[in-house]
Design a binder for this molecule. Structure first.
Ligand SMILES: *Cc1c(COP(=O)(O)O)cnc(C)c1O
Length: 370
């Protein structure tokens, strides 16, 4: 049997997503257990107390299928975003929503536009359905938003076959963002037959004066969809919960390809509780601001360049191939993220941690670089 021939054409050349190295894996390899993972943009505080309580209180539900329509969570999200519930699509992580978008809207005759260095899942989801990714060169390293999306070039790349434009704002792995005004200009000028997807996984970390949540724009632009996740600031990455807000006409098609029970019960109740936990969100935001200051101070001390960020990580330019540094840090029990798979072989993406985690990173980096 020639499996390669059997595989769907789009899947034949697909390179799977490369996740951060799991703590347990490094534990097995090194036989040590004080490992610091700053590799997957997780919240070092984990979930808040309200979410943990909701999880513990719902374990007796595990024998039942979840509510396929995620009724309560959907209502709460609709209320948060001032829309009716048919504007909300819940996903098994926002990744699930991205995949639903590709399944519902892209065929092998279609294209999706995305930026170089954009979050890898856009390309994977597009390829998986046999559609074409139009990857638009990003800003250069000397731009004031280095490696960020070039909206003008992205607009120009939209052709007759383009059905979706994927935008990460802010973007992972670069941390870069687009100003609200430039984004608004882009959205209002794009042909209304093209679906614009704005991924706001890090929206609650954003604090720049020109950065903002554009979720409310879906009421003005029926071709706009905005995604959110519970994996980042809400600290629920393991549960897989995310969602989108869009015109119900778009949501209706997502719902047709959505798996019937895509969001599990624990994820539903924890997400619902997390929405109410403003204290935890604020604590996480404050911790991140302090963490970014520490990371920047570390980089300044070690003479490493870094890109501006609205996220909970820093894209650090090591000025030399980053893989040996990554390997050396691993031996010291520190997991960061190489981004050579994004075409950035000299960079590392480092998530913010607690004070002691940041100290551990600084100590290890001094040893590795010094
Ligand atoms: C982490 C991340 C997501 C979130 O993925 P989930 O599937 O919700 O965990 C989405 N987009 C970007 C840009 C991310 O960095």
């Amino acid at each position: 049997m020639n499996v390669a021939k059997l595989a769907a054409p789009g899947v034949q050349h697909l390179v799977p997503y490369k996740p951060g190295k799991p703590i347990q894996e490094l534990q097995r390899e090194l036989g040590i257990d004080n490992i610091t993972k700053l590799a997957s943009n997780e919240n070092p505080l984990g979930p808040g107390e309200l979410a943990k309580k909701a999880i513990a209180n719902n374990l007796h539900e595990l024998g039942f299928y979840p509510d396929g329509g995620a009724f309560e969570l959907t209502q709460a999200l609709a209320s948060k975003h001032h829309v009716d519930s048919d504007w909300v699509t819940c996903g098994n992580g926002s990744n699930d929503v991205l995949v639903m978008l590709a399944e519902a809207f892209l065929t092998p005759n279609d294209a999706a536009v995305m930026s170089q260095y954009a979050f890898a899942v856009y390309h994977i989801a597009t390829q998986a359905v046999g559609a074409t990714s139009i990857i638009v060169p990003a800003n250069g390293p000397d731009h004031d938003m280095p490696y960020g999306h070039d909206l003008k070039a992205m607009g120009e790349a939209v052709d007759d076959n383009t059905k979706i434009v994927f935008i990460a704002n802010p973007n992972n792995p670069t941390g870069t963002w687009l100003s609200e005004s430039s984004l608004r200009d882009f959205v209002s000028k794009l042909p209304s037959e093209v679906l614009i997807v704005i991924d706001q996984a890090y929206v609650d970390y954003g604090s720049a004066p020109d950065y903002g949540d554009v979720g409310s724009w879906v009421k003005e632009f029926p071709n706009l969809l905005v995604t959110y996740t519970f994996s980042k600031i809400h600290g629920l990455a393991a549960l897989r919960s995310g969602y989108s807000i869009s015109h119900p006409g778009v949501a209706d098609y997502l719902n047709r390809v959505r798996q019937p029970f895509n969001v599990n019960t624990v994820a539903q109740v924890a997400s619902l509780a997390a929405l109410e936990d403003h204290t935890h969100v604020q604590r996480s935001r404050d911790l991140n601001a302090a963490g970014l200051n520490s990371l920047r101070a570390i980089c300044d001390e070690l003479d490493l360049q870094y890109a501006p960020t609205q996220c909970n990580f820093l894209l650090v330019d090591c000025g030399r191939p980053a893989q040996p540094l990554f390997d050396a840090l691993l031996k010291l029990g520190i997991i960061v993220r190489p981004v050579d798979n994004y075409g950035l072989p000299n960079h590392l993406r480092i998530s913010t941690g607690t004070e002691s985690q940041n100290d551990a990173l600084l100590g290890a980096l001094r040893r590795v670089l010094g």
